[in-house]
Design a protein around this ligand. Structure first.
Ligand SMILES: NC(=O)c1ccc[n+]([C@@H]2O[C@H](COP(=O)([O-])OP(=O)(O)OC[C@H]3O[C@@H](n4cnc5c(N)ncnc54)[C@H](O)[C@@H]3O)[C@@H](O)[C@H]2O)c1
Ligand SMILES: [Zn+2]
Length: 329
């Protein structure tokens, strides 16, 4: 695949590569994104933080759907894109990975140098005392409290994939079906429990942003994988990379807000492209050593031709959040 070889050359030529990933990186693991063609954005609007924090009714609705979607979300496993990025880090080619995803699949694949900008869906945080507990524990408590509701719930008869499964791990559930679903409070202080992810209308913790921005400021190449960059929370790093004049590559099916700023755009499935690039680089997934693979690449990589003189432009797409305003869940 010619494009994968171009990407391999870019990675080989990079001294300090930073990677930014989005929901598109996990679609091949079975977790949908918002903005794929025909994606769920039009059908499933995420709940805003203010609504969640301010209304017990909305929390009941949120948790009932989340309860329904958890089994499928928690069963997702890393795909070729996650594995390839972990291989690149392990062999010293990725300095920092910044992800907008909340699914932990990068860590599960073996990436260690990860900033999870929008938090972790596998944890629950108490809005009263700040205590974090495993999401599975919440699932067990919800199941216990709602045994009767579960027994008579209309969706019980549905197969998991018949229910509409939403990007942030919950499933579509008509408001009328939520009924008397009960939501437990924090076991320490009785406070409101929320998944430990940054909701729309919530601010990304500044230390996560500054750590990521510092990595971009030290980088000589930024690779974006599976993000439409619609949300400012991720796009800001592409803007900064562009302002610094470093190389930018994007692997994404469909348009992104960074298309005018990048030097290499690959419109292909990221699992496919990244695995092929890793293979072209001769990285062995088995023992971690770099192995020359004559059948794929036995010559010195061509010098990659990238025109770095791209003028920085204001984003061409509307609809993204403004700084500090964010974001997605
Ligand atoms: N897995 C998760 O944790 C998850 C899932 C959905 C949404 N989110 C949250 O929602 C927000 C949405 O923003 P976003 O930019 O990350 O996602 P997005 O939905 O805006 O964009 C995803 C992009 O990936 C593309 N894509 C889908 N599958 C692909 C594939 N296999 N290969 C290449 N490209 C592919 C889509 O066409 C789309 O352009 C994020 O901030 C994130 O926090 C997280
Ligand atoms: Zn508490």
């Amino acid at each position: 695949m010619h494009e994968a070889l171009q990407l391999a050359d870019l990675i080989a030529a990079s001294g300090r590569l930073v990677v930014l990933t989005g929901a598109g990186c996990s679609t091949e693991s079975g977790i949908p994104d918002y903005r794929s063609p025909g994606g769920v954005w039009s059908r499933h609007k995420p709940i805003y933080y203010s609504a969640f924090a301010g209304s017990a009714e909305i929390r009941r609705f949120y948790w009932a759907r989340s309860f329904r979607g958890w089994q499928r979300f928690s069963a997702a496993r890393p795909n070729g894109a996650h594995v390839a990025l972990a291989d690149l880090e392990r062999t010293g080619r990725v300095a920092q990975l910044i992800t907008q995803n909340v699914d932990d699949l990068h860590q599960e694949a073996g990436s260690r140098q990860v900033v999870q900008l929008h938090g972790r869906n596998r944890l629950v945080v108490c809005l009263g005392c700040g205590t974090r507990t495993p999401r599975q524990e919440m699932q067990d408590r919800l199941a216990e409290l709602n045994a009767e509701w579960i027994a008579r719930a209309a969706w019980e008869g549905l197969a998991a994939d018949e229910a509409d499964f939403a990007p942030d791990g919950d499933a579509e559930l008509a408001e009328s079906l939520v009924g008397d679903f009960r939501v437990p409070g924090c076991q320490l202080c009785g406070g409101v429990l929320k998944p430990d992810v940054v909701f729309f209308g919530e601010v990304v913790p500044p230390e996560r942003v500054s750590e990521s921005m510092a990595a971009v400021d030290r980088a000589d190449t930024l690779l974006v994988v599976g993000s439409s960059l619609t949300v400012w929370s991720g796009f800001r790093f592409v803007k900064r990379a562009s302002d610094r004049g470093i190389a930018i590559a994007i692997v994404n099916i469909g348009p992104t807000r960074g298309d005018d700023l990048c030097h290499l755009k690959i419109e292909e499935r990221c699992g496919l492209v990244l695995s092929a690039a890793v293979e072209a680089l001769g990285i062995s997934a088995v023992d971690g050593s770099d192995v020359a693979k004559p059948e794929t690449r036995n010559q010195k990589p061509e010098t990659i031709q990238i025109d770095l003189k791209v003028e920085s432009q204001e984003p061409g797409m509307g609809g993204g959040s403004r700084p500090g305003e964010t974001t997605p869940h």
